[in-house]
Design a protein around this ligand. Structure first.
Ligand code: PA5
Length: 444
């Protein structure tokens, strides 16, 4: 089971902070478990690992099996919380090179997460000559980026398979009743999956939002949910034996002492998109009211050769959280070379994990020595169950941490600002006056 090692971070804090924070954490725990805190309409994810729609779960598994059978590619259209979790889990468990590997399942392409013409064209061309399906994901059903991408892929599917054939290959994950995507899906007869009302986008990876693409990649989603359920039990604990309490308390206290940036690090490159998911989770939950830790991420050891200099000796506003997995079973072993021209025979016979572990420990000691508090999240093997634990742990700790910080961890009012400006500049009906005003500002 996942645990948090605070020993290389707590020493940066002169006073015992746990006691001071205990009442606030107890209150925050109560708000997550029973409501009553800010944004409590959006705490449906807290019980999700046991309290989910079992009938829908079976439909997700059936849809994934159908996609794996009839599609060489699955195009996943979504942005933010409607995409990062699925991509994180798939890359972490199936590899960032998943699409290049020999496998039983479809290639998976993520699009609708931006407005780049080149990115859209590339996925369009990768999909057009093969049998493919589309999973369009948008809780609101009105987000511009995925809606624009969906237009292209809907038209392509209809051209390839006819309207009826296309409808059998489009899976829409959206609100139960509202939004343009829901209306379109009902009108066209797409199979639909629900983003529950009380689960916000960045907390939705364990709903159909994440589960359908993850299952289509061949990941055992029952194991994912089981891991999350185990962590849910642990997170119910209202004291410091709860790893989410330990993490939330420590990062808040370090923030108060001037550590404004948290780096999430991992020594497995396949973790990169899990870190992207984590950045959205924490950045969108805590960055408001002119407060909040800035979440950033690094891939080690690669980034030790780029960001390592700054981490070691730059401005001391950093804290670091390192996710460590237990070793994969299938280890590469460094071969012996009789000539030993590179002088590496001292490593011959050792597994890459053994070497990576020394890199982790060496980095830990160096960064702590350099003045960067380090928290270690010790996770199990890189499998579905472990990722379920990790996802729930980070979500729960985020809810606690946001409440301790004093913000609403479940809204994102700031995201609207760019959207309004973009609509006004694009001339969306109703935004005309604002468009004139913004154009004048740009011309100044
Ligand atoms: O966490 C959130 O709420 C956001 O990041 C959303 O997931 C993102 O803006 C996409 O929204 P939607 O799913 O409504 O298209």
């Amino acid at each position: 089971m996942l645990s948090v090692d605070v020993s290389k971070a707590a020493s940066f804090l002169p006073l015992p902070y746990e006691e001071a924070l205990r009442p606030m954490l107890a209150k925050a725990s109560g708000w997550l478990q029973n409501g009553g805190g800010k944004g409590s309409d959006f705490i449906g994810w807290v019980r999700l690992p046991e309290d989910y729609d079992k009938e829908e779960f079976a439909r997700i598994e059936a849809a994934a099996a159908k996609i794996r059978k009839d599609s060489a590619a699955l195009v996943v259209i979504g942005i933010g919380g409607s995409y990062l979790g699925a991509r994180g889990v798939i890359e972490c468990l199936c590899s960032p090179n998943y699409n290049l590997k020999k496998k039983d399942g479809p290639n998976i392409y993520f699009i609708g997460n931006g407005l780049s013409s080149a990115a859209l064209r590339e996925v369009y061309e990768l999909a057009e000559d093969r049998d493919f399906s589309v999973n369009v994901i948008s809780k609101s059903g009105t987000t511009t980026e995925p809606a624009v991408a969906f237009r292209f892929f809907k038209a392509l599917l209809e051209k390839k398979y006819g309207k009826e054939g296309a409808a059998k290959r489009i899976y829409a994950t959206t609100d139960r009743a509202r939004g343009a995507l829901k209306s379109l899906a009902d009108a066209e007869g797409y199979e639909t999956f629900v983003v529950p009302d009380d689960v916000g986008g960045r907390y939705s990876v364990l709903t159909a939002v994440g589960l359908l693409p993850i299952a289509a990649a061949g990941v055992d989603i029952k194991a994912l949910m089981a891991g999350a359920a185990d962590m849910m039990q642990l997170c119910r604990t209202g004291d410091y034996s709860n790893p989410a309490w330990q993490y939330a308390a420590l990062r808040n206290e370090l923030y108060r002492k001037g550590r404004k940036v948290e780096l999430l690090a991992c020594f497995e490159p396949s973790f990169r998109f899990m870190a992207e998911w984590w950045k959205q989770l924490y950045g969108e939950s805590e960055g408001k009211d002119e407060r909040g830790i800035f979440p950033a991420s690094v891939d080690f050891t690669a980034d030790l050769h780029s960001m390592g200099q700054y981490i070691q000796q730059g401005e001391r506003m950093l804290m670091e959280t390192v996710v460590r997995f237990e070793p994969d079973d299938d280890q590469m072993i460094v071969p012996r070379d009789e000539a030993d021209g590179d002088g590496l025979n001292f490593l011959a016979g050792r597994t890459l994990h053994e070497i990576n572990t020394q890199a982790m420990d060496g980095t830990l000691l160096a960064h702590v020595e350099g003045g960067v508090p380090n928290m270690i999240v010790r996770a199990g093997k890189r499998d579905a169950r472990t990722l379920g634990e990790l996802i729930y742990f980070f979500e729960y700790a985020c809810g606690l941490s946001g409440y301790v910080l004093g913000v609403n961890p479940f809204d994102q009012p700031g995201v609207e600002a760019y959207k309004k400006n973009m609509f006004a500049l694009l001339g969306k009906p109703g935004y005309e006056a604002m468009g004139d005003e913004l154009r004048a500002k740009l011309a100044r």
